[in-house]
Design a protein around this ligand. Structure first.
Ligand code: NAD
Ligand code: ZN
Ligand code: ZN
Length: 350
């Protein structure tokens, strides 16, 4: 039996549950779980809705979550109870429960600070119940520590969309003054543009929606391209003098991947983070003869999380959010799939 420290928890929690892939989430009440050893109980304040939640609820990817499950991996909340042996967080602390729920801590990847690719990694809102719920169980060693002064609703998108684009831009190896393309200017991309500008890069924003591109311009993009209206590869190459040094593809759409490789400068790096199901053709001769690197990038480590939150705490990056209640989750997921969410919807909990 574990010892629980903390105030008496409420008896019931509310959650939105995936019971079948491709079906609407079902609203359910459960008993609030009791944190076991090295677990903490979070009372959720806010949870962002990521396009990954659409893929998860549809069962889009080869490794599917076990049903039923509660999605959501941009959750911010307060530690309200802790099991035995918890030392890394305090009662009442504000933390974030990100996609990386836990890792083994002792494999070659964990030891080299690449815990995101640990073979034993667990994922919040996927292999563990996530943040579309009033309460969440989390691993205290893998939560994000939210800087004072960041509102929970503004912090929420940073712990997936923020860290994924921040890490992805670092993975392009582009240096200040060089060009990066941010392809897809939605939840991830609108933050990616801001991180890239804060890192001293020149930004070319690519999308298929003129409203999102107008917003990209307001966020600091130096050049915008509508991939539906012009040849995006030719246009980016002309604007950047031969292609971008780094390309970050966040679009959940396969044609964007092939185009992204075409936009990459000789010896540049094209970083893939969007995860539409399927495969895309790779122009092998161009990649080889132009010495282009194609790199996959998966969220970010705990250190990346701390760094990306610090940018926001310093006022250099700010998520654009639309607040909704948990009861609107099915409409929000449908709007995301239709490309109808301006930047990020955040579920706010009472
Ligand atoms: P979103 O729906 O908020 O934004 C997607 C944007 O892409 C929209 O602005 C849309 O108009 C644009 N778009 C669609 N087709 C396009 C095209 N052909 N060219 C350019 N832009 C196009 O989604 P999001 O929450 O930003 O997530 C995007 C993708 O990133 C999803 O597939 C998600 O699963 C994935 N993701 C990956 C990681 C990772 O660690 N690798 C982390 C988070 C999300
Ligand atoms: Zn996400
Ligand atoms: Zn490991």
């Amino acid at each position: 039996m574990s010892t629980i420290t903390g105030a008496t928890a409420p008896v019931q929690m509310q959650a939105a549950v995936v019971e079948a892939f491709g079906e609407k989430l079902v609203f359910k009440d459960f008993d609030v779980p009791t944190p076991g050893p090295n677990q903490i109980l979070i009372k959720t304040e806010a949870c962002g809705v990521c396009h990954t939640d659409v893929h998860a609820a549809k069962g889009d990817w080869p490794a599917k979550p076990a049903l039923p499950f509660i999605p959501g991996h941009e959750a911010i909340g307060i530690v309200v109870a802790m099991g035995e042996s918890v030392t890394s967080v305090k009662m009442g602390e504000r933390v974030g429960v990100p996609w990386l729920y836990s890792a083994c801590g002792h494999c070659e990847y964990c030891l080299s600070a690449w815990e995101t690719v640990c073979p034993e990694a667990q994922f919040s809102g996927y292999t563990h119940n996530g943040g579309f719920a009033s309460h969440i169980i989390a691993n205290p060693d893998y939560v994000a520590h939210i800087p004072a002064g960041l509102h929970p609703t503004e912090a929420a998108p940073l712990i997936c969309a923020g860290v994924t684009t921040y890490k992805g831009i670092k993975e392009t190896k582009a240096r200040p003054g060089q060009w990066v393309v941010i392809s897809g200017c939605g939840g991830l991309g609108h933050l990616g543009i801001q991180y890239a500008k804060a890192m001293g890069l020149k930004v070319c924003a690519v999308d298929i929606d003129n409203t999102k591109l107008a917003h990209a311009k307001r966020l600091g993009a130096d050049f915008i391209v509508n991939a539906k209206e012009v040849d995006p590869v030719k246009t980016v190459k002309a604007a950047t003098g031969g292609g971008a040094h780094g390309v970050l593809i966040t679009a959940p759409s396969l044609p964007a991947f092939n185009q992204g490789i075409g936009m990459t400068r000789k010896r540049g790096t094209c970083v893939l983070v969007g995860l539409p199901p399927g495969e895309f053709p790779t122009p092998l001769f161009d990649v080889v003869s132009n010495c282009i690197s194609i790199v996959g990038s998966f969220v970010g480590t705990r250190q990346d999380l701390a760094e990306c939150l610090a940018f926001a705490a310093d006022g250099k990056v700010k998520a654009d959010i639309e607040l909704q209640p948990l009861s609107a989750i099915n409409e929000v997921l449908a709007r995301l799939e239709a490309g109808d969410v301006p930047s990020r919807v955040v579920i706010e909990f009472p």
